[in-house]
Design a protein around this ligand. Structure first.
Ligand SMILES: Nc1ncnc2c1ncn2[C@@H]1O[C@H](COP(=O)(O)OP(=O)(O)OP(=O)(O)O)[C@@H](O)[C@H]1O
Ligand SMILES: [Mg+2]
Length: 261
């Protein structure tokens, strides 16, 4: 069981220079065991902040976040994170980056090599194993970071716009791969995206956040059979995407008006 309970979380950034920023206000949310949850909301509403808090990269100061009843006290190996701005080790090659997490897991060498190869293939980077991040395009770096996190097979996957830098075709392939992985080995996923279609396609529930300070505005159940090849063009899919798009749009307009004040 891996359930994440977020209870009345507030997060205030206090930069050394400039005004404090209230990023999250009273966020409560239960991420269920092995569900695929998408987080949507206008830019700046605190999606990354919420993910950093769940990942243990920022301290929870007000409210609480716990995993299976245990408060988060920092990053942990059971939580795999794909950051919005790729965090590969620049001094390691693609293969070494993917192997890194597996070494920490204590797997035997052959198994590590085989697993690394499998995930490098899966994200379409075979042939680039020995490249350093500086020798990759943005989308390739993003895919390398995804391979590194998926290879470890964590119980929780926290992904922050992981497909943001990919072209439409690669993105569609990666979405399908991610769904395959999740169906074959279900894990608790929190997936941040700007893309309403992507959220409806991947997730069983979509959380729409309000403009900053971020709150949970709505939770939409998007759990229906999406295995048909033309599901993206089905009326049910379209209606659901339209409904969610309407909710996000309201908040995007608020966020824009807020900027003018
Ligand atoms: N280190 C920081 N110091 C001060 N303010 C910050 C810091 N990080 C984020 N913020 C502010 O907190 C708010 C929420 O930021 P966050 O990155 O969580 O938003 P987001 O929803 O992920 O946005 P995007 O969709 O653009 O990635 C924003 O107003 C941002 O400017
Ligand atoms: Mg973000």
């Amino acid at each position: 069981m891996t359930t994440i309970s977020i209870d009345r979380v507030r997060h205030l950034y206090r930069p050394a220079r400039g005004r404090p920023v209230l990023a999250l206000e009273d966020v409560s949310l239960e991420v269920r065991d092995k569900e695929f949850l998408a987080l949507l909301g206008p830019s700046g509403c605190g999606k990354s902040t919420l993910l950093y808090l769940m990942g243990g990269f920022l301290p929870v100061e007000i409210g609480s976040i716990s995993i299976d009843g245990k408060p988060i006290a920092g990053p942990g190996p059971e939580r795999g994170v794909v950051f919005q701005h790729f965090a590969l080790f620049p001094w390691k090659t693609v293969r070494q980056n993917v192997l890194y997490g597996l070494e920490r897991k204590g797997l035997p060498r052959d198994e590590r090599e085989a697993t690394a190869k499998k995930f490098i293939d899966l994200v379409g980077l075979s042939g680039f194993e020995d490249n350093y991040p500086s020798q990759l395009s943005g989308g390739m770096k993003q895919r390398a970071a995804i391979a590194r996190t998926l290879a470890v097979d964590p119980a929780v996957l926290l992904m922050d716009e992981p497909f943001g830098a990919l072209d439409a075709q690669t993105r569609a392939l990666m979405q399908a791969e991610l769904l395959n992985i999740w169906r074959a080995s279900p894990k608790t996923v929190v997936f941040v995206t700007h893309d309403v279609q992507e959220a409806v396609y991947l997730a069983g529930r979509v959380v729409v956040m309000s403009a900053r300070p971020g709150k949970v505005k709505a939770i939409v159940d998007t759990d229906f059979d999406k295995t048909a090849p033309d599901v993206l063009r089905s009326p049910k899919f379209g209606d659901m995407a339209d409904h969610i798009w309407g909710l996000v749009k309201e908040e995007a307009i608020k966020a824009q008006m807020g900027r003018g004040v």
